[in-house]
Design a protein around this ligand. Structure first.
Ligand SMILES: [Zn+2]
Length: 300
């Protein structure tokens, strides 16, 4: 039986998995992203993995940045130094002699959730990963929306004319209002407390602290209004929220719904559901599915 190598490439960890045709992870190995930051080390490590795991039919990679998905070419990775304008697919295929497919991490997450996770029962969905940044993906007729580049950079839709600088190089993006970093800043501004993680604001809100509740109310309202725009464009059956911040969904969901309903143009939402992501290893599974589906498409 042949398997797939799925690589979930994050800013902190690189998780790799040997995944079966039925999307089961047989083996998993985790590296620190720093350890594999050098291109030669990255390529050698993946090459060794294909040897160690054996019978790999194709390799899939979810990378944290802007990718030409057709060429498997990395334009840049905002949080990983040294990876600019690099033909990763070409280099890896040359070394491993195995087909390699690359997409951005949010698309890979969405692919996993749409095939075997929270959105497997629908054809149209919106995916958001709520973490330090804000990743996005769109499912249209069971396909992840993309052309040459990974597309659906929903976190970088400008929602304000304020010159609020964003990591992407632009300003006023939705990410600069509801990314984890900004949630923490907002909370610090209100309380003068030295918090490090969003989880702390979640815990304070559970204890009914006024400022923490306010931060989540504001977060839910902005996200709801933003998602109303997405609903108006894509008319999804489901919105799937992943990433660490989605853990607080139960606190911000009422505000999200309120803002969304107020703004959305459809008379009824057609049974729209907003749910949390389901899979534990969506990055690895999604990367393996990317490899599996891509290789079938090109008919190798
Ligand atoms: Zn941006």
């Amino acid at each position: 039986m042949q398997n797939y190598l799925g690589i979930d490439w994050g800013g902190t960890y690189i998780k790799s998995g040997l995944v079966t045709e039925n999307n089961k992870i047989l083996k998993k190995l985790v590296y620190s992203s720093l350890e594999l930051q050098k291109k030669e080390v990255f390529i050698d490590t993946l090459y060794n993995l294909t040897k160690e795991f054996k019978n790999i039919k194709a390799v899939g990679i979810g990378a944290p940045g802007i990718i030409d998905v057709k060429k498997g070419f990395i334009y840049y990775l905002p949080n990983i130094e040294g990876w600019k304008n690099y033909p990763l697919k070409e280099k890896l295929e040359k070394k491993t002699k195995i087909p390699v497919y690359i997409d951005n991490d949010a698309n890979v997450f969405a692919l996993a959730e749409s095939r075997v996770g929270a959105a497997k029962d629908v054809d149209f969905a919106i995916f958001l990963t709520l973490g330090t940044g804000l990743g996005g993906a769109v499912l249209v007729n069971k396909k992840i929306l993309k052309n040459m580049t990974s597309a659906a950079e929903l976190g970088h839709i400008p929602i304000s004319l304020e010159e609020k600088k964003c990591n992407c190089g632009g300003s006023g993006c939705i990410e600069t209002f509801i990314g984890a970093k900004y949630l923490i800043l907002r909370y610090k501004e209100l309380t003068k407390k030295d918090v490090k993680e969003v989880k702390e604001i979640f815990i304070s809100a559970q204890k009914k602290e006024k400022e923490a509740l306010f931060v989540w109310e504001e977060f839910g309202s902005i996200l709801g209004k933003f998602l109303a725009g997405m609903v108006n464009i894509f008319n999804p059956q489901k919105i799937v929220l992943g990433g660490g911040v989605a853990g607080a969904l139960k606190i911000f969901k009422p505000y999200l719904w309120q803002a969304l309903k107020k703004q959305v143009m459809w008379p009824n939402l057609g049974g729209l559901k907003i749910v949390k992501a389901k899979l534990k290893n969506a990055g690895i599974i999604g990367a393996a599915i990317l490899a599996k589906e891509s290789i079938k498409e090109v008919g190798v």
